[in-house]
Design a protein around this ligand. Structure first.
Ligand code: IPD
Ligand code: CA
Length: 266
């Protein structure tokens, strides 16, 4: 079973809405089952796991045979050419503290290329969607990134990893960037950072150390809004670095990030 990008997006939107409703209901009941993963500040909650299980069940019903890669339980092996890439809750620390900036993120990859994606802010109900070649949308509006062309006017979102040594390097990069841009935002959800950049709520976004589930859906939203979604020095976006910036500022921000060694460090 393959399906057109529009068909895959329809499934992604249905599933993300149902999953966001579950995550919201669970948050109202209080946070439970908090455990740590890679470091003492990298948390997972019962809601991350329950939401992932629910999405897997919904996808199994609607798309039997597809592969699913999810943050909390890894990759299941399917038979078709479609792989779903899931972050059940992106922004788990915000979820833990009740900060209304966390999302369910689901992308569909066909033959190795992300072709549809949906990101839904659980707390606000805002929802971003995109299909490859079909544009990015929120609330029926086609999205376009910001028109900024000066680094000094650029509002840059970023994020930090969970390991102390990586954070120390990221802090050095931000210390060099902060004096040459308008300001920095650390909102706590890579998926939402990418959707915000797609909409021009921030001008650009970069981060080192992302996993595929953090950026698969949001990266398509940003690209379809006209942003360049790249790595540094010709590399594709990936764990070393992801930069999403509109064409008017991509080169200047890219060169600053190279100069500040944003893809370096542990
Ligand atoms: C994290 C968030 C955060 C980013 C981290 C991610 P999680 O995902 O997207 O904004 O800075 O790199 O790991 O742990 O909340 O799913
Ligand atoms: Ca997550």
């Amino acid at each position: 079973m393959t399906g057109t990008s529009d068909e895959l997006l329809t499934v992604a939107v249905e599933v993300v809405r149902a999953a966001a409703e579950l995550a919201r209901d669970l948050r109202e009941q209080g946070v439970s089952g908090v455990a740590t993963k890679s470091t003492a500040t990298d948390v997972v909650t019962a809601a991350d796991k329950a939401t992932e299980r629910y999405v897997r069940d919904l996808l199994r019903e609607r798309r039997p045979g597809d592969t699913v890669l999810g943050e909390e339980s890894g990759q299941s092996t399917g038979t078709g050419g479609v792989r779903w890439i899931l972050d059940p809750i992106d922004g788990t620390v915000n979820y833990l503290y009740g900060l209304p900036q966390y999302a369910v993120s689901l992308a569909a990859e066909r033959d190795g290329e992300v072709v549809a994606g949906a990101v839904r802010n659980v707390a606000s109900g805002e929802e971003w969607t995109a299909t490859r070649g079909g544009g990015a949308h929120r609330a029926g509006r086609k999205l376009r990134g910001s028109a900024v062309t000066e680094l000094g006017q650029t509002l840059v979102a970023t994020g930090f990893g969970y390991a102390a040594a990586r954070r120390a390097h990221q802090a050095r990069v931000v210390a060099q960037l902060l004096p040459v841009v308008r300001d920095i935002r650390r909102l706590g959800s890579a998926a939402l950072d990418l959707c915000f950049a797609a909409e021009g709520r921030v001008d650009a976004y970069f981060e080192k150390g992302l996993n595929l589930w953090d950026h698969a859906a949001g990266g398509l939203v940003a690209a379809e809004a006209g942003l360049l979604v790249t790595g540094l020095a010709g590399a594709p976006p990936g764990p070393d670095l992801l930069l999403a910036a509109p064409p008017g500022i991509h080169r200047a921000l890219h060169d600053a990030l190279v100069a500040f060694d944003a893809a370096g460090g542990p």
